[in-house]
Design a protein around this ligand. Structure first.
Ligand code: MN
Ligand code: MN
Length: 388
C-alpha cells in the first residue's frame, strides 16, 4: 500500500475519534496482505560457515530481452558475480525466429537444447561451414570467434541454454553482422559485395540480435555435390542419446573432447540424481563448474577451504557455480529425480571424489585421521561412488 493511503487513512481515523494506533495496525495488516511474498532465501544452515559469495542465481529473476521472433536472458558475471569463468544465456526462438549471424570474440559457445528444434550454420577460419539441426538433449560447440547463426524450426521453435567459457563474454564481446554493416559506408559494402550502392539503401541501421524470419525448408539429406571444402569436424553431439554411466544413485552422461573432439575448451555433464541420493563430495582440479538445474530440487554445499562452507537450495531454472578446486556435493531433496546440467571450462573432464580418494589411501592412515576404528573404514566404498 502506498504511504499516501496509509497517512490518509490515519488522518481520517483520528478525525473520527478512532485510536490512531489501532488504525495504523489495521493499515499495516492490510499492507502486509497486499505485498508480494518474500523472495525465497536459503536458510542459514548448520553447514554454513565463514564468508563465501552466493553460488546461486535464478533465471526467473533476470530481465528478458524480448524481440519479435524470440527472447533471451543472461546470467553473466554482472548478474551473478561468482560466475567469473563461465556465463550463460537462456534463449527462446519462435519457428523461423533468427538469432542473427554473429561471433563471440572472448568465448567459445557450448549449448544444450532444452526443447524444440533449431538449425545452426557455423563457419571456421578455413572456410569449412556446417549446417546442423538440433533437438532436445543435443549439444553444440562453436569455438571462440567462429561465425554462426541459429534459427528456430517448426512447429514451436525452441528453447536452449548457451554457456560461454568467460563470465564477461557478453559486454563488448559479441559481434553482430547487422551492427557491423550498419556502421560500414554503403560505398564500401558495394565495392566489397559487388552490387550497386543503392542496394544497401534500406538495410537495418542497428543490430537486430533476434528477428522473425521465415521457417526454412527441410535440409537435403546429403550436402550438395561439390559443396564441402573439406570434411568438417562436426559441431553437433547428441548428449541425451549417449548410453549413461549407471551408478547406485542415478546416472551420468559426459561429453568432453574425448567424445566430441571439437569441444576442446568445455565439457558438459548430465547428472540424474535419484530421490534421496547424493552426487558425492568431489572437486575438479582443472575446471570451474557452471550448473543449470533442469528439473527436480536439490541442495548444494560448497567447501571453500579455511573453514568456509555454504549451502543453497536449488530448483528448476536455478543456476549454480563452483570455482575451480572447490569441494562440493549435491543432494536430491525432492521426491522426483533431480536433473542437473553441468558445464566445465575444460575439454578434459576430471574430478577427484571422496570415496575414491579415501579408498586409495592406507586404511590405517584414514582411520587415524578421523579417530575411526579400522573396521568402519573397511566398510567405505572401494571405488568411486559418483552418485551414492
Ligand atoms: Mn552465439
Ligand atoms: Mn562437480
Amino acid at each position: 500500500m502506498p504511504p499516501l493511503a496509509l497517512s490518509r487513512r490515519g488522518m481520517l481515523s483520528a478525525a473520527a475519534g478512532v485510536s490512531l494506533i489501532a488504525a495504523q495496525n489495521q493499515a499495516q495488516a492490510a499492507e502486509a496482505e497486499a505485498l508480494p511474498p518474500e523472495p525465497p532465501v536459503s536458510p542459514r544452515l548448520p553447514t554454513d560457515h565463514g564468508d563465501l559469495p552466493s553460488f546461486k542465481y535464478s533465471f526467473s529473476s533476470s530481465h528478458k530481452k524480448v524481440n519479435e521472433g524470440g527472447w533471451a536472458r543472461e546470467a553473466t558475471v554482472t548478474e551473478f558475480p561468482a560466475s567469473k569463468a563461465l556465463a550463460a544465456v537462456n534463449m527462446h526462438l519462435d519457428a523461423g525466429g533468427c538469432r542473427e549471424l554473429h561471433w563471440h570474440a572472448l568465448a567459445a559457445e557450448w549449448a544444450f537444447m532444452l526443447s524444440g528444434h533449431a538449425r545452426t550454420t557455423v563457419i571456421d577460419p578455413d572456410g569449412n561451414a556446417e549446417t546442423n539441426e538440433f533437438g532436445p538433449g543435443d549439444v553444440w560447440y562453436f569455438p571462440r570467434g567462429y561465425g554462426h547463426s541459429i534459427q528456430g524450426l517448426g512447429p514451436d521453435g525452441c528453447e536452449f541454454m548457451l554457456v560461454f567459457d568467460d563470465g564477461a563474454f557478453s559486454e563488448f564481446g559479441t559481434f553482430s553482422v547487422t551492427d557491423w554493416l550498419a556502421h560500414t559506408p554503403a560505398e564500401v559494402l558495394a565495392k566489397n559485395l559487388g552490387v550497386p550502392v543503392s542496394a544497401f539503401a534500406n538495410i537495418p541501421d542497428h543490430e537486430r540480435y533476434i528477428f522473425q524470419g521465415s521457417v526454412p525448408a527441410p535440409l537435403p539429406l546429403e550436402p550438395p555435390a561439390g559443396s564441402l571444402v573439406s570434411a568438417p569436424e562436426t559441431h553437433r553431439y547428441p548428449l541425451l542419446a549417449q548410453r549413461p554411466i549407471e551408478v547406485a544413485g542415478g546416472t551420468v552422461r559426459i561429453v568432453s573432447s574425448k567424445e566430441f573432439p571439437i569441444s576442446t575448451t568445455m565439457t558438459g555433464v548430465i547428472e540424474d540424481i535419484n530421490p534421496g541420493a547424493v552426487r558425492e563430495l568431489h572437486w575438479h582440479p582443472h575446471a570451474d563448474e557452471w550448473q543449470y538445474y533442469v528439473s527436480g530440487q536439490g541442495r548444494m554445499t560448497v567447501f571453500g577451504s579455511s573453514a568456509r562452507a555454504v549451502t543453497w537450495d536449488y530448483r528448476a531454472g536455478d543456476v549454480g557455480y563452483v570455482p575451480r578446486g572447490y569441494g562440493h556435493y549435491i543432494e536430491n531433496t525432492g521426491s522426483e529425480p533431480l536433473r542437473v546440467l553441468v558445464v566445465l571450462n575444460s575439454g578434459v573432464y576430471g574430478d577427484i571424489s571422496i570415496s575414491d580418494w579415501l579408498a586409495r589411501n592406507p586404511a590405517k592412515l584414514v582411520a587415524e585421521h578421523f579417530n575411526l576404528p579400522l573396521d568402519v573404514v573397511a566398510r567405505f566404498p572401494k571405488r568411486k561412488a559418483i552418485i551414492a
